[in-house]
Design a protein. Structure first.
Length: 331
């Protein structure tokens, strides 16, 4: 199992909410989860931006990042990610520059260009779809705003300027892989929901990478759904929570976190089953030995530099135990 000892483990949090729970209790659970990760030595704890999704309460991403950073000690905290076309780069620079000033050396800024919701909500966000086409230029603008002032631009991010918050590019297709390579930025592939292009995207990023002031060689972080338990059988049982939520997503239903079930039979049809299993195609489910074997195989196949896991289990105690299992396989 020690082959994974040099690979950093990180977490992506959606603040999953049970039906009937409160936002306050859900966010308290996220904070306790982050504290557990901090205690166990996980590398990063990132929050994802989603809007208008009952069952997902991480819409105010920068606010939550500040809260989590304040509740933890050493773990890096960041956005996985900010959907940049939803926000003016100046506002993002000010927000994350402020966070970096409050928690020096602990803030990350992952950027994506998807809406983080549906088209109706995109309009409510005043999102201009043409900005997604200008994503590369807006990333450059954000880098300038967060970098040292050189006297050449009239608009400055105060605070934000010269905080040099690390920027990551997130993606589930070839576009962000190519852009990250061109800019010499670290790249995160969203394997936790879009496994289709994982091999092509990572190969493209490594092949076309151009060294920069940020990186001298490629750095790939891979998002994976994880379900870790003491036995393979129990892990498969716990995994039905994620399957039910993806099924709800496909049907356009609320994404409440649901209790695991003994069998998914009767809950989905054959087409839905195929869609859910495709969505979760990179899921790593099992006991400590199974998890370690699968992760080692992924490292060998893809040359991953870091993993970032979604860990959407129904009970907080199971989520915390999954972190203990992940920590144990690095020993």
């Amino acid at each position: 199992m020690s082959g994974l000892s040099a690979i950093p483990f990180s977490l992506l949090e959606l603040s999953p909410m049970k039906e009937g729970a409160t936002v306050s209790s859900t966010l308290a659970n996220s904070a306790a989860y982050a504290q557990k990760a901090d205690e166990l030595g996980f590398n990063r704890f990132w929050m994802a931006e989603h809007h208008n999704m009952p069952g997902i309460v991480c819409a105010a991403t920068s606010v939550l990042i500040g809260h989590i950073a304040g509740q933890t000690k050493t773990i890096r905290v960041g956005a996985g990610g900010v959907m940049l076309p939803n926000h003016p780069p100046l506002i993002v620079a000010e927000q994350y520059g402020t966070l970096e000033s409050l928690y020096p050396g602990r803030i990350d800024l992952g950027l994506g260009r998807a809406p983080g919701s549906d088209h109706i909500t995109s309009r409510a966000l005043r999102r201009d779809e043409r900005r997604a086409e200008n994503f590369a230029n807006e990333v450059t603008e954000l880098q300038t705003l967060l970098g040292p002032y050189d006297g050449s631009h009239p608009v400055r991010a105060i605070p934000g300027e010269n905080t040099n918050v690390p920027i990551w590019l997130l993606g589930s297709s070839l576009y962000s892989a190519q852009l990250a390579a061109k800019k010499g930025l670290p790249y995160v592939f969203a394997g936790h929901f879009a496994p289709r292009f994982v091999y092509d995207a990572i190969a493209l990023y490594r092949r076309e990478f151009q060294p920069s002031d940020v990186l001298d060689k490629p750095y790939v972080m891979l998002g994976l759904p994880i379900v870790a338990a003491d036995s393979d059988e129990h892990a498969q049982f716990l995994a039905t929570t994620s399957k039910q939520r993806i099924l709800a997503l496909l049907r356009g239903d609320p994404l409440w976190l649901k209790a695991p079930v003994k069998s998914m039979a009767g809950l989905w049809n054959e087409q839905e089953q195929a869609q859910v299993e495709n969505f979760l195609g990179l899921s790593v489910v099992g006991s400590p030995v199974t998890i370690a074997h699968k992760l080692n195989m992924i490292v060998k196949e893809l040359g991953v530099d870091e993993f970032i896991f979604t860990n959407d289990l129904y009970q907080s105690s199971d989520r915390h135990h999954a972190l203990e299992i992940l920590r144990s396989i690095k020993a």
